[in-house]
Design a protein around this ligand. Structure first.
Ligand SMILES: *[C@@H]1O[C@H](CO)[C@@H](O)[C@H](O)[C@H]1NC(C)=O
Length: 447
């Protein structure tokens, strides 16, 4: 039997518990308050010391670019910053990857992603923080992605009382072809995670602008390589040879028919032969020619159809010219990427958050792009949303595209990315309290 004092104590605890849960529900109760968070976060991230800190991180990573699965120093820098903020993390995940956790430790779990790798490219921009690693450069803005996600981590950690869920920080290796996202998924980075957001820098849209779209946004991609073999010999006596150069040329022309004659004109696809290697002399017909290229489409079905036809056409057309051909597709460092398909409910959430922060006129609809992103591997598992943050360098007359050795960004955009990341999860949590999940079962809606 319970004594009087024990009963009283229990009531007291119950009362305190009720107060606490009422209080925590009140934190984000008013609509006005929710819509003010993005602006407040942006102002927070623009503060001198936080801005300088993000710029410092970005420059440090920019000076020391590391290729896919070799991001050891970048990963170490991330972990040191997480340690300083008192944020727990898992490491290593997929070789160099780091997965951090902020918030209640309870569901819902929502992930934010940054990629860490650089490109095999010699930086041609002369500035104080130019790449110190010859032949390597952050020419796709992944240095800014890391700085912005750490910025978001700082905002969220400072405001962790607002978090009615757990934020999962995903720092992934090898976006540039190595399929780091796929490895992160296989290593369990998305375990119990309901949704994921990712951002990419854009040197074509101005500061304070964001672009994205609902549904398919970036193409899926595949690569192929074919060896066409004939019989080498004297260039002046072709009747004794089987010429693989002419055969490869016919193969390339025939491949062009796949898009122009077989694909639905309303289903955008690309097939480019970007590699042609064979022969080394003016008077010798070589034994073989190697060709290779990439193909892109917005649905898995179209990609599969292209893959099958590329192989058939290469083999059959080579045979017409008495050559043999072997075709290879996916390899360890040439993975197929699925199309990037943005979840429509997350798009609505993004439009509200970005609109509250930047004004609805600064939230632009993105054109479909045939480029690919390995963010799509996350979207295959859970609803995901990728958006672009305007980082145009206004000092340049013509903006420079990603993967250019002259790539430059406007560092003033860092607070925007950080604050958007942070605001998106806070809004997700306030919209999706336990028991009212945004998605009852996930259905990937593809074109
Ligand atoms: C093609 O392959 C067949 C069967 O292996 C072989 O007999 C033939 O010599 C090859 N032709 C060329 C041009 O390599």
């Amino acid at each position: 039997m319970m004594s009087y004092s024990k009963g009283f104590f229990l009531i007291l605890i119950l009362f305190m518990f009720l107060c606490k849960s009422i209080f925590s529900d009140m934190i984000l109760v008013s609509k006005e308050e929710v819509s003010e968070i993005p602006m407040n976060f942006l102002n927070f991230a623009k503060k001198g010391e936080i801005f300088e800190w993000m710029v410092g991180i970005r420059r440090k990573i920019h000076e020391n670019p590391e290729l896919g699965y070799e991001e050891f120093e970048t990963s170490k820098l991330i972990r040191e910053e997480l340690d300083k903020m008192g944020i727990e993390y898992k490491y290593p995940v997929a070789v160099t990857g780091v997965v951090g956790f902020i918030g209640s430790g309870k569901p819902p779990l929502v992930a934010l992603r940054a990629d860490m790798d650089a490109l095999s490219l010699q930086e041609m921009v002369e500035w104080e923080h130019k790449s110190k690693n010859p032949g390597k450069m952050h020419a796709c803005g992944h240095d800014t992605h890391v700085a912005m996600l750490l910025g978001a981590a700082k905002i969220l950690q400072e405001h962790r009382n607002l978090l009615k869920g757990t934020v999962v920080l995903v720092f992934q290796p090898a976006e540039e072809g190595g399929g780091g996202a796929k490895k992160m998924v296989e290593a369990g980075a998305l375990e119990n995670v309901e949704a994921i957001f990712g951002l990419h820098s854009s040197t074509f849209s101005p500061l304070g602008e964001v672009t994205s779209r609902s549904g398919p946004m970036l193409a899926g991609s595949g690569f192929f390589e074919a060896v066409i073999s004939g019989k080498g010999g004297h260039a002046a006596i072709p009747q004794h040879s089987i010429d693989p150069i002419l055969a490869a040329s016919n193969v390339i022309v025939s491949l062009q028919h796949l898009i122009s004659r077989e694909a639905d004109p309303l289903d955008s696809q690309v097939l480019t032969v970007a590699k042609f290697q064979g022969g080394g002399a003016f008077n010798v017909i070589p034994d073989s020619v190697t060709i290779g290229g990439t193909f892109r489409a917005f649905s898995k079905e179209s990609l599969q159809q292209l893959k099958q036809r590329i192989e058939e056409v290469i083999v059959a057309q080579a045979t017409v010219q008495r050559c043999n051909a072997t075709v290879t597709f996916e390899t360890k460092d040439r993975l197929f990427f699925p199309p990037t398909v943005n979840d429509k409910d997350l798009h609505k959430l993004f439009e509200r958050v970005a609109g509250d922060m930047l004004g609805t006129d600064k939230v632009k609809e993105m054109q479909l792009l045939m480029g690919s992103e390995d963010f799509s591997f996350y979207q295959e598992k859970i609803p995901g949303y990728l958006f672009f943050v305007g980082m145009k360098d206004e000092t340049l007359e013509h903006p420079v595209s990603a993967h250019s050795p002259y790539f430059r960004i406007n560092e003033a955009a860092l607070p925007f990315g950080a604050a958007l990341h942070a605001s998106l999860v806070v809004r997700y949590f306030s919209d999706n309290q336990a028991g009212s999940p945004m998605h009852d079962g996930y259905h990937h809606d593809e074109l």
